[in-house]
Design a protein around this ligand. Sequence first.
Ligand SMILES: C[S@@+](CC[C@H](N)C(=O)[O-])C[C@H]1O[C@@H](n2cnc3c(N)ncnc32)[C@H](O)[C@@H]1O
Length: 288
Amino acid sequence: MGCFFQKKNKIIADFFFKFPYFIYSFFGFRKLSFAKTCFLFFSDKAKIDEINLAENYDRFFSKIKNKKLRIIEIGIGGHTMEDRGGSSLRSFATFFKNSKIFGIDLINKQLHERSRIKTFQGSQVDEDFLVNICNTHGPFDIILDDGSHFVEHQKKSFEIMFDHLNEGGIYIIEDVGSSYIKYLGGSQDISSQNNLIKYFLDKTHNVYSYYIKKNNNAIKNKFIEISSVQYFSSPSNDVASILIEKHKKIKKSKDVDFFDLSLEEIKRKDPESPMIRKSKDGVMIQKK
Ligand SMILES: C[S@@+](CC[C@H](N)C(=O)[O-])C[C@H]1O[C@@H](n2cnc3c(N)ncnc32)[C@H](O)[C@@H]1O
């Protein structure tokens, strides 16, 4: 019904969009989780029991829900129909009451704009388009990619937009199942960089960047600010998302000279090194 009135009258459209939410909150359930909010706005992030990716985000979102954030989502929904979709934008705007919500879609979705919701038409792989939005409206606290689901697109948007995520921010990529589907650019070869699980698995080394030498290419400096990478699945194991957290404050890696030396090599290099441990009763103790 909401979509039906979208072109005619936004107030009536919003009444219908918000109707299930109003009824629910009228009976006292005011402290709704993000997952429940998505469910009440018919977002496919939370088809209860079947697919519920949103439930995984609550542990992060509930702590920051009252802050003034900038949130951007790639993929507004409704595909070629301008008046359809927008469920997740409405869920974000309802749950994060003090935040500004931005949406990107290939199709013009201006009909979904409200006082705290702004939309942009363009592709998630158009670097100039993304950088322009980020420079004008970012940096963002939450970036969520629910766009084309093509692996190359997911990677490209991440590689462009992670720089525009605030310290302590969260980047989420949904529907990572495409990583296993050839026509979406994925691969059944789990060692391939076209598999996002593998792609981010390699980046999890960044959480130990302290120990990794600066000249080690396993670490790309661009992603040194990753503080965690988490993978979430739905109960049916066919829908999953990846959540990447950015450090609140990053110290650059130390480049300590003994991290890639064996004990014997350290002894040879510096017999007095405090790092040399002596074995006492089978227990390794650090030399004072
Ligand atoms: C799954 S829907 C988004 C659903 C919405 N986020 C929600 O939860 O209600 C995917 C959307 O991504 C858009 N899309 C597809 N390819 C895109 C691209 N290359 N750049 C930006 N948006 C794209 C489609 O038009 C479609 O509306």
